[in-house]
Design a protein around this ligand. Structure first.
Ligand SMILES: Nc1ncnc2c1ncn2[C@@H]1O[C@H](COP(=O)(O)OP(=O)(O)OP(=O)(O)O)[C@@H](O)[C@H]1O
Length: 297
């Protein structure tokens, strides 16, 4: 199990001529086994945050600690699922999972790390394909799978690696509405078995409420925490919540509307900022063309 401490991180992207601050002063502690969703307008730094949590990118300031260890490179202890599935197209379902386990998995026996044997990897692949209902598709290639099946394979990989932390960047964003519902329930059922500490990026308020213990609402340019909202609704024995209840219950409606109004406020601020930038750009262009015109005379 794992505890994540995101300590006042900022991320600046520098070019030769300019500097852009994507994230500023992001400070958050995520408890062992907690499911936290991050929601915010496009471009507010959600993916950047996930990349920093995986160790694929370094923050410009601050640090990320998982179980009090600084994260500065990717590790199998942190499993990631992106929207685009990240599967190898030239490998079968079985091979995709086998390859991931073979390349990442070590088990701790009597205090010593050792690689799994071929038989152990095969057993793990079969178990995990079975768990996600893909065993009968083991010889198919990603192109032959539906979006939901591809994402089940990507999720099974994360589980097979025994990752302590799950990071998911809009994993169901490309799925149709029915498949999303199915996959959300499926994810909760799997997560509920071991309660891995999870950070889940979403664009969808209802999805975030259904899945999360807490929701972090972000504000853009630069990405900061605007508000953190506790989701108090009970889960059933499979970790799920009742969708109809959330839609009809007064507290559910209040939380949904509250998050919507936070995001709406951000979008309006963002659009008016963009409008100002556009006006200032156009008036500068006008000045330049006027002065250019005078010079030509
Ligand atoms: N490598 C990079 N170099 C320069 N700017 C970057 C880089 N990566 C991201 N950015 C900028 O940082 C900001 C945050 O990007 P990010 O992809 O994290 O946002 P996001 O919230 O995940 O967006 P979306 O919801 O649209 O996926 C954006 O303005 C983006 O253009």
């Amino acid at each position: 199990m794992a505890e994540i401490k995101i300590k006042n991180i900022s991320k600046k992207y520098e070019t030769k001529t300019s500097s852009f601050e994507a994230i500023a002063n992001f400070d958050l502690e995520i408890k062992n086994g907690e499911f936290v969703s991050i929601i915010g307008p496009s471009g507010c730094g959600k993916t950047t945050l996930v990349r920093i949590l995986t160790g694929l990118e370094k923050p410009s300031d601050g640090e990320v600690l998982i179980n009090n260890k600084t994260i500065d490179s990717p590790s199998p202890e942190t499993g990631v699922v992106f929207q685009d599935y990240s599967l190898f197209s030239w490998m079968s379902v079985y091979e995709n999972l086998y390859f991931a386990i073979e390349n990442n998995n070590k088990i701790n026996k009597k205090g010593k790390m050792r690689k799994l044997s071929k038989e152990e990897i095969d057993k793990s692949v079969i178990n995990h394909l079975n768990l996600v209902g893909l065993l009968k598709f083991r010889d198919k290639f990603p192109k032959d799978l539906s979006g939901g099946m591809k994402q089940r394979l990507a999720i099974s990989r994360m589980f097979a690696l025994n990752s302590k932390v799950f990071l998911m960047d809009e994993p169901f964003g490309a799925l149709d509405a029915l498949n999303r519902i199915y996959m959300q329930d499926f994810l909760l059922e799997l997560w509920n078995k071991k309660k891995q500490t999870t950070v889940y990026i979403s664009h969808d308020i209802e999805e975030a409420i259904l899945l999360s213990d807490r929701i972090v609402v972000m504000t853009p340019s630069p990405g900061r925490i605007k508000e953190i909202i506790d989701i108090p609704f009970k889960r059933d024995k499979n970790g799920r919540r009742n969708r109809l209840y959330l839609n009809e219950n007064i507290d559910g409606i209040y939380i949904k509307n509250h998050i919507f109004s936070l995001l709406d406020e951000e979008m309006k601020n963002h659009l008016s900022k963009q409008e100002e930038e556009k006006k200032s750009y156009l008036s500068k262009q006008e000045e330049i063309s006027l002065s250019g015109g005078l010079n030509e005379d």
